[in-house]
Design a protein around this ligand. Structure first.
Ligand code: SF4
Length: 408
């Protein structure tokens, strides 16, 4: 499916994280991070595969000790996606991770502070052709910068931290850089990224750090990352959720798909909010459909509508949809009725038709059926519902009269 919308993108340099380009004209990538012990390479690899399946293009693993570095040596050759090693306080772990073959490092300038150590790691990364993410974090800002900026974490302080690190890298001729300036406050991180985008053309990794569990964590991440992406800022993203990291990868991918910045891979499920006309539990049917489509790579928009009176018209642009009426489900493709199924078979029918359209195309699916007969059945149920419910089932006319009364 074609990407539908793009936003003018900030011009950036490009780095290669293994075989995945980040920045420049490369697609915006999704990242996530394992929560297993890296030393447990089998469990970590299993999680990396799960993350890749859910939409992660790049995965980060902690490298907090030598056991973890040894785990990375086993993980990297078998990983389906490039691996970034997250380095905490010990620069020797960065050197060990490079030796293990990781395709990128993440250094936090607030944690590895000695310029000599930073230059040593950058020189080694330079020689190996491995990029580094400068991962500034509002919660672990370098103490000197914290003091300098009035004992506060500010956007200016985070940007200064990133620029200082770039300076150390430049001293050893290293420029394979991407940068993040994450904070748990959405306005602060948006401000910091905007300021950073003004002063550097390195690719930016977006995220709201410690966003928390869903749904609040999802909302904060979507607000911060989404706001920047529509401004053209951002080359790779990560949702930091207190949840199964598979949810992070899935959410990142869905955000990019929703913004038209990546091709759709999975079903885009839309559903009406339900109202007085609905004779089915729209929420329950939508949840059942989400579960049924979860692992199917079918890039179609599928609609679930509570009634056949308005549903097919309201969702006429969907690739496929179903609307309920008189204990039956009326399937439609691009607004054209194609079949009628029992109410309890609606989700199964959606999956079956979605697979058919995905494999054979819309025209071939339409050619298989008598659309006129299906339209007659839908019209029959529509008229029945209108006769039973009347044409103002949501009592809108009474509300409008009340508004006019109050307004006069
Ligand atoms: S009118 Fe029908 S399709 Fe529209 S919200 Fe109500 S139930 Fe859903």
């Amino acid at each position: 499916m074609e990407v539908q919308a793009t936003f003018p993108r900030r011009v950036t340099s490009q780095v290669m994280v293994g075989d995945v380009p980040v920045g420049g004209d490369a697609p915006i990538t999704v990242q996530s991070m394992t929560v297993t012990r890296t030393a447990d390479h089998e469990a970590t690899l299993q999680q990396i595969y799960d993350l890749a399946m859910a939409g992660a293009d790049i995965v980060r693993c902690t490298c907090n000790d030598l056991d973890a570095a040894e785990g990375l040596a086993r993980i990297v050759p078998r990983s389906p996606v490039p691996i970034v090693a997250d380095i905490h306080h010990n620069h020797r772990m960065a050197l060990a991770a490079l030796e293990a073959g990781v395709q990128c490092l993440r250094l936090n300038p607030g944690n590895i502070r000695k310029p000599d150590h930073i230059r040593t790691v950058a020189a080694e990364a330079r020689d190996r052709g491995v990029p580094i993410r400068i991962g500034v974090n509002g919660g672990s800002l370098h103490p000197d910068l914290y003091r300098k900026h009035g004992g506060m974490v500010t956007a200016e302080a985070m940007v200064e931290s990133a620029l200082t690190e770039i300076g150390y890298f430049a001293e050893v001729g290293f420029d394979q850089i991407k940068i993040s300036v994450k904070a748990s406050s959405v306005p602060l991180m948006v401000d910091a990224y905007r300021q950073l985008a003004e002063v550097t053309d390195y690719p930016l990794h977006l995220g709201v750090t410690e966003a928390g569990p869903p749904p609040a964590g999802m909302i904060k991440s979507s607000a911060g990352i989404g706001a920047l992406l529509v401004e053209g800022i951002g080359d790779t993203i990560r949702y930091s959720l207190t949840a199964d990291p598979v949810e992070e990868a899935r959410a990142g991918r869905q955000l990019l798909e929703a913004l038209g910045l990546r091709e759709r891979r999975n079903v885009d499920l839309i559903a009406c909010p339900s109202c007085g006309r609905a004779e089915i539990d729209v929420v329950a049917v939508a949840e059942a459909a989400m579960a049924a489509f979860a692992d199917r790579k079918i890039p179609l928009q599928v609609a679930i509508m509570g009634c056949v009176v308005n549903g097919p018209g309201e969702a006429r642009d969907a690739d496929l949809g179903i609307a309920a009426g008189n204990k039956r489900g009326h399937l439609f493709i691009k607004g054209r009725n194609v079949a009628v199924v029992a109410e309890d078979e609606m989700v199964d029918a959606l999956v079956e038709w979605a697979e058919l359209i995905h494999e054979e195309g819309t025209e071939a699916a339409l050619a298989r059926v008598d659309t006129e007969k299906a339209a007659r059945e839908a019209e029959k149920d529509r008229k029945r519902m209108l006769a039973d419910q009347g044409d103002d089932v949501n009592h809108s006319t009474a509300l409008i009269e009340s508004i006019r009364l109050h307004g006069s």
